[in-house]
Design a protein around this ligand. Structure first.
Ligand code: ADP
Ligand code: MG
Length: 313
């Protein structure tokens, strides 16, 4: 009914079959996703799952070899000059000049975007105010805390008023309060489409929707609450030294299919809290700790991949 090209134009980003190899290593193995305009989309995955590679492709730092990406309806492979003007990028590794002041860094960033003169100076002032950085404008970046530096980077990435920002691990090196400040700032940017990567479950909660990556593939996608709700019920975790053996015994005792991870037996169950007494009675001193909780995003990840988010790919 609707023309697929028109539907893609409604998206901020539409990606199909995006793949990338470094030599023999397949870092991305065919990734598909669509991000709506104004959406905050998180890409959650362990180290090595391909997040930074994906963002380098989207930022046109790496050439797109396989797959198709459109950004605001324009083809990334053909129209990247036009697309680049509409996106701001903040990479995982810091890209500020530590010897220059905050204002100088922003001004320099503006020059790279083709901004000049009074318009640039006014925009720098505006971003200093929005980023709560005005009183630090003349401080040398090297003297700032990690949280402040990260805010300067993000202010620099937003200087040319992009419609979309790519933030690779935005809270690297930030303490929890600086991370909250950063997200309050991002949430206040009306209409801005935000794509960010993270390996932190708490940060993934900032997303409207999440694309969960593992070993270069999408393993789940949805709003954080919906992803958790799909698991349903509760998660019983039994921490013990002999997880492999205990897993079998738990299956037999409870009539379930427990999942065994290093040092933990996991059971998804509608009423997991009712199983605790049986487990403690039966296994007593073999247990280190037993917990029951609603499913977390880590549980979603484990359910889809069979391993933990904290493990390297
Ligand atoms: P993430 O950002 O999720 O940690 P990356 O995209 O950085 O993942 O890396 C994905 C995989 O590609 C990893 O196995 C990593 O070691 C590998 N890789 C990343 N960059 C390079 C590179 N320049 N050369 C070779 N391998 C790379
Ligand atoms: Mg990375």
């Amino acid at each position: 009914m609707t023309n697929p090209n028109a539907a893609q134009a409604e998206c901020a980003v539409h990606a199909e079959g995006v793949a990338h190899r470094y030599g023999d290593h397949q870092a991305l193995a065919g990734v598909d996703f669509s991000v709506g305009r104004g959406e905050r989309r998180g890409f959650l995955g362990p180290n090595g799952s391909g997040k930074s590679t994906l963002f380098k492709l989207l930022a046109t730092i790496l050439p797109l070899g396989a797959g198709k990406v459109s950004v605001f309806g324009q083809d990334l492979a053909k129209d990247f000059a036009a697309i680049r003007r509409r996106i701001g990028v903040v990479f995982q590794s810091p890209a500020l000049d530590r010897k220059l002041s905050v204002r100088e860094n922003l001004t320099y960033g503006g020059h790279l975007q083709g901004m000049r003169g009074r318009a640039l100076a006014a925009r720098v002032d505006e971003m200093l105010a929005v980023g709560n950085l005005a009183d630090r404008a003349n401080d040398v970046v090297g003297t700032l805390s990690g949280g402040l530096r990260r805010r300067v980077e993000i202010a620099k990435g937003l200087l040319h008023a992009p419609d979309l920002v790519l933030l690779d691990e935005p809270s690297t090196g930030l303490d929890p309060s600086a991370r909250q400040d950063l997200w309050a700032f991002l949430r206040a940017q009306q209409g801005l489409t935000v794509l960010f990567t993270t390996h932190l479950m708490e940060e993934a909660e900032e997303a409207d929707r999440l694309t969960i990556l593992d070993r270069g593939k999408v393993v789940a996608e949805g709003a954080p609450d919906d992803l958790r709700a799909e698991l349903g019920g509760e998660v019983l975790q039994i921490h013990c030294a002999d997880a492999e053996q205990l897993g079998h015994e738990v299956d037999a005792l409870l009539g379930v299919q427990a999942q065994v991870l290093p040092g933990v037996v996991r059971v998804e169950h509608d009423h997991a809290h009712r199983l605790v007494a049986q487990v403690v009675d039966r296994f007593g001193d073999r247990l280190q700790r037993v917990s029951v909780a609603p499913p977390s995003l880590e549980d979603v990840f484990i359910a889809r991949t069979g391993h933990r988010l904290g493990e390297e790919a």
